[in-house]
Design a protein around this ligand. Sequence first.
Ligand SMILES: C[S@@+](CC[C@H](N)C(=O)[O-])C[C@H]1O[C@@H](n2cnc3c(N)ncnc32)[C@H](O)[C@@H]1O
Length: 317
Amino acid sequence: MLRWRKSEPPPLDLCEPCPLDLFTGPLWQQARGVDTTTKAGTEQRRAAGYVHGYSTGEARRLGEQADTLAALLHAGTRYPAGSRVLEAGCGVGAQTVHLVAASPGAQFVALDVSADSLARARSRVAAQAPGARVEWVHGDLFRLPFPDDSFDHVFVCFVLEHLADPVRALREVRRVLRPAGTMTVIEGDHGSAFFHPDSAHARAAIGHQVRLQAAAGGDALLGRRLHPLLTRAGYADVSVAPRTVYADPSRPDLVAGFTRGTFIPMIESAGDQAVAAGLTTPADWARGIADLRRTAGQDGTFHYTFFKAVAMRPDRP
Ligand SMILES: C[S@@+](CC[C@H](N)C(=O)[O-])C[C@H]1O[C@@H](n2cnc3c(N)ncnc32)[C@H](O)[C@@H]1O
């Protein structure tokens, strides 16, 4: 159980289980209309109510994140000409433009459960990479609309952290990969965020976002679990590498694109939910966000680690 007085920042154990059920609250309102009597419907409900939402601001944040981190996160990801690549959970196409730029000869299929995001993705790719070979598919990662062995490679970025059952999703991806095909997964881990000036209020704000994501069925600390998750899902040759962002005033592009443009807006967007759920007060939340902003100032520094995994589908499941 979570226990703390609202006048104080909460305890810092970000892994504590969250007792909230936000599906009776505002997030669930967004997810209405989904059949929750089936397992697939439950996943759709979770996807529809996922913690970051589908606003224009979030679309902008995803673009800023992907563009700022492209060199860091996409380094080493090149697909041979003629290979068939699935990007599962493509969102607004923020990673898609970097995938097609790095592998112009590959044939991409980009899939997302949100039709609205897919439409934005299509526009983004048409504007930034006209002529790119991308087929757009509206579909669910838990029931991929492809036969077995359809793809040479699959790429998944910042999606598993929002799923209640990432191992089941990874198994479904394995089904559509050909034997010896590769799976690339990139995820963050909010437990890796540390910064100067340090602030208990800023750490508390991050902790609230972690709890809200857990209450929506996800795990904002998933990066550290990539190796066990892929292994349990039946992949071979699993290799995970940390990819660290460190921003200080000598790296103004990272301060602007990551600390200010990606991380802080992501935490900030959880404010209304955190207050509505009783996790914090408006004053404490505002203090946490103000303290996070100081880490992007002239005396500030910010550290965060992403995890990138590459694994193979074995010949025999
Ligand atoms: C944080 S966004 C990341 C998007 C993109 N990969 C990127 O890095 O910019 C997560 C995406 O996963 C999608 N998603 C969540 N659950 C899904 C599911 N079950 N099937 C397909 N897509 C899903 C959401 O709709 C959303 O677009």
